[in-house]
Design a binder for this molecule. Structure first.
Ligand SMILES: [Zn+2]
Ligand SMILES: [Zn+2]
Length: 784
């Protein structure tokens, strides 16, 4: 943190003026027409209830000391369920006290079951996606002042600590990686803990989606088997940000029947939501296309305006560099108004020490700091309450994440302003011009495919090593388990004996897979100057994100890749503050292996199936930041990569096309434009990033004999994304057409049909013909 002013004098915004304040921002010169939509969410009163009879008085007293006089109703509904042995997921908004809901039954059970000499009678295993979150939980629980033995078990734990946890730990905080690599394979040494386990808490479970979700689902199944082996049958309690299908998601993750508690009884003030689209700039982009002002630059201006009015504001941006840029620009704009205000703005990144975080939290609370620009790293870690406004630079990828960021403003039931500033891409354009799609549609269904064979196979081996697999357990691992076991036996991975399947190799079976990676062994990112491993990058995306010359943003820090060693799977990188970003471009070919399902819309056919994709990263673009202006395209010499995955595709017959009046010369540009925009919009229907998916379009495909547009999952075996596109095809492709049609550019731009990762220099693209083509396709789609 930098430049925190010494004394406090900021005045909080008068709550009733929140909406007027937003309108005043929009009226400033140069911002005419930028405000696309305003929506005011009404105030919500809290619903509290009394503590359950079963709650341990020490635990109730401890929460009381922390200021919780009476719990909110949803907390007690969830806690009651878990206490009664019902698996439950609590899926409510930011700051709705989800941790109290699981801590209450967990701590009560630990205290109730403790032996007369203080020995462990019941235990809770708490699983979080990150070490940092587990550390925060540790601090919180220790701060309750109860005599409960709470401890973390992660990669940093010493042998002494592990021994202590094994002997005495009652509330053990860990992560899926530790379960996978250490706790489950060595469960024999942890007999006492597993035997006494009566509650498993899976916190922030919305993080477990895509391929990572599929892995964690397998790890949790293995955990259930190991518990059963030691004679325990714990209740699972999951906590999630608001997602569209909490019960289904939690059931997929655990393989259990899970009840959802999603009605939020926490209070909330009035929230004014504004959707904002920056104006076009004077320079042009690829192919002469108009380009909009960068969302981060727009946010810097808005941040300065808000801070000058004393409105406590948090701006969310993508990288630490952007956070610094936004804070720096806002500070210098403020200097023009009043030099004393410059110190009131700072940037925040992940990786601060707890004391540093507390210092920032305190500075925001007491008004020394009025504006903060932060990366999403903030989501896990800092506790900021009572902000007046939130600025979001670019749609954060999911409605769930958007609502979480909005939830940062107006805590303690104060009124708040939240502004989404659109980035120059099709999804953002669609959302700010179709506010219902952002504000009225339920948040995303979290998708993953728990039966992905590329994921399940290695976990079957790990499970067999933990406790030999029996025939009657196979249902737990999904419909293909038997087939996979036959395959694993045939290839010598597992050995079949009369009573089941065994792992007979000396090495640990858990080493067969990395649960954070979808595509085999990940690439290491190694700091050139120190030799330190900074992180890893998924094998499937290494060519595109870690090629020589790539600018790589890792946890908000900016690095430049010096070299990429494909054999050793190592990218050498170094910290660098550069004024540009890079985007890789790739060429793709696709062939169909098998169709898994289809719909016919008149003569059009929509399919889901297995495909083989050949991809090659051929070059990368350097773009000046924050403007996004293209500086140059640099060729790359990288080999082809192949990928077996799932895809959704649609085809039109020659007759349909002949009748449509579209010229055959326009078809390649029409299909290509429709493909690009549909990739940009799929994240609206399936929880994914546009970088997780790819596409191919052609006026004539060898396997279908027709005009075909493919969109495929970028992970081996698929992550459930294209399957979701298939299910939601009509809404998805209708939104695609809407986006192209409503974009005000003349011939296509990054907000509609241009794609930053196109391997064909965004050529040919025909915006008008794409709309006509989608008309033909959607003409006979069934009604909603
Ligand atoms: Zn456009
Ligand atoms: Zn393209």
């Amino acid at each position: 943190m930098r430049g925190v002013a010494e004394e406090a004098s900021a005045q909080p915004a008068v709550p009733a003026e929140i909406e007027r304040l937003g309108r005043r921002l929009a009226a400033a010169p140069g911002r005419e027409d930028s405000l696309r939509h305003v929506r005011v969410l009404p105030r919500r009163e809290a619903t509290t209830t009394s503590w359950p009879d079963w709650a341990h008085t020490d635990v109730v007293d401890a929460f009381g000391r922390r200021g919780v006089a009476a719990p909110w109703r949803h907390q007690v509904v969830a806690a009651d369920a878990a206490h009664a042995g019902q698996h439950v997921v609590i899926s409510t908004g930011t700051a709705s006290g989800k941790s109290l809901a699981y801590q209450l039954p967990a701590l009560t059970s630990i205290l109730d079951h403790r032996g007369s000499r203080g020995e462990r009678g019941a235990a809770t295993l708490y699983i979080s996606p990150t070490k940092a979150l587990a550390q925060d939980q540790l601090t919180t629980i220790a701060g309750l002042g109860l005599a409960v033995r709470v401890t973390t078990h992660d990669g940093d734990s010493s042998y002494e600590e592990r021994d202590w946890t094994r002997e005495h730990g009652e509330y053990v905080l860990t992560n899926p990686d530790m379960l996978h690599r250490s706790l489950l394979p060595r469960h024999g040494r942890w007999t006492d803990l597993f035997r006494s386990l009566d509650l498993v808490v899976v916190d922030e479970c919305h993080h477990y989606r895509g391929v990572f979700g599929a892995h964690v689902a397998q790890v949790l199944r293995r955990l259930r088997r190991v518990c059963a082996f030691h004679g325990s049958d714990p209740t699972f309690m999951l906590a999630s940000a608001t997602v569209g299908n909490p019960a289904e998601h939690a059931s997929q993750l655990t393989g259990l029947d899970v009840m959802a508690v999603s009605h939020d009884d926490a209070p909330r003030g009035e929230v004014a939501l504004m959707l904002w689209e920056p104006r076009f700039t004077s320079y042009t982009g690829e192919g002469g296309a108009p380009v909009r002002r960068a969302a981060s630059s727009e946010c810097a201006d808005l941040l300065a305006d808000l801070v000058s009015e004393g409105v406590r504001t948090l701006a969310f941006v993508r990288s630490r560099r952007a956070a610094e840029q936004v804070a720096g620009t806002a500070a210098s704009l403020l200097a023009d108004v009043d030099a004393s205000l410059t110190g009131r703005v700072a940037s925040y990144r992940g990786g601060y020490l707890p004391e540093e975080r507390r210092e920032i939290e305190q500075a925001l609370r007491d008004g020394r700091l009025v504006g903060l620009a932060a990366t999403n790293a903030l989501e896990l870690g800092i506790d900021i309450s009572g902000l007046d406004a939130v600025l979001v630079a670019g749609f954060p990828g999911t409605r769930a994440a958007w609502w979480q960021q909005v939830g940062r403003a107006g805590r303690n039931a104060g009124d708040a302003l939240a502004v989404l500033v659109a980035r120059d891409d099709p999804l953002d354009t669609y959302l700010v011009t179709h506010p219902d799609a952002l504000l009225d549609v339920a948040v995303e269904r979290t998708v993953f495919d728990p039966a992905n064979p590329y994921v399940v196979g290695p976990h079957l081996c790990a499970a067999a090593q933990e406790v030999p697999l029996r025939e009657n357990e196979l249902d737990l691992f999904g419909g293909h388990a038997r087939e996979l076991l036959d395959e694993l036996t045939a290839t010598g991975r597992l050995r079949r004996r009369p009573h089941g399947w065994y792992w007979t190799h000396p090495e640990p079976a858990s080493a067969l897979t990395d649960i954070r990676s979808g595509s085999g062994r990940p690439f290491s990112l190694v700091e050139e100057s120190t030799g330190r491993v900074v992180g890893t990058v998924d094998a499937g995306s290494a060519h595109a994100t870690a090629h020589a010359g790539a600018v790589y943003v890792h946890r908000g820090e900016t690095w430049v890749v010096d070299s990429l060693d494909l054999d050793d799977r190592v990218a050498m990188i170094d910290r660098a503050e550069v004024d540009y970003s890079t985007t890789a471009r790739e060429l793709t070919e696709i062939s169909i292996r098998r169709e898994l399902g289809h719909h016919t819309w008149g003569a059009a056919r929509l399919s889901l199936g297995l495909v083989d994709v050949t991809r090659q990263v051929v070059s990368y673009l350097r773009r000046r930041q924050p403007s996004g202006e293209v500086m140059e395209e640099v060729p790359l010499d990288l080999p082809e990569q192949s990928l077996s995955t799932q895809a959704v595709w649609w085809t039109l017959s020659d007759e349909q096309l002949a009748d449509s009046g579209l010229l055959s010369a326009d078809l390649p540009g029409a299909a290509h434009a429709a493909e690009h925009c549909s990739i940009g919009l799929l994240p609206l229907f399936a929880t994914c990033d546009r970088w997780d998916i790819g596409g191919v379009s052609t006026a004539h495909h060898a396997d279908t004999g027709r005009l075909t547009v493919f969109v495929y999952d970028g992970h081996p075996g698929g992550a459930g994304i294209s399957a979701r596109g298939f299910t939601a095809a009509r809404e998805w492709l209708t939104a695609t057409r809407e986006t192209i049609r409503s974009c005000v550019c003349p011939d296509g731009c990054p907000s509609c049909v241009q794609s930053p990762k196109c391997g064909n220099q965004n050529h040919p693209l025909d915006k008008g013909a794409a709309v006509s083509l989608l008309d033909v396709l959607l003409d006979q789609a069934p009604p909603e």
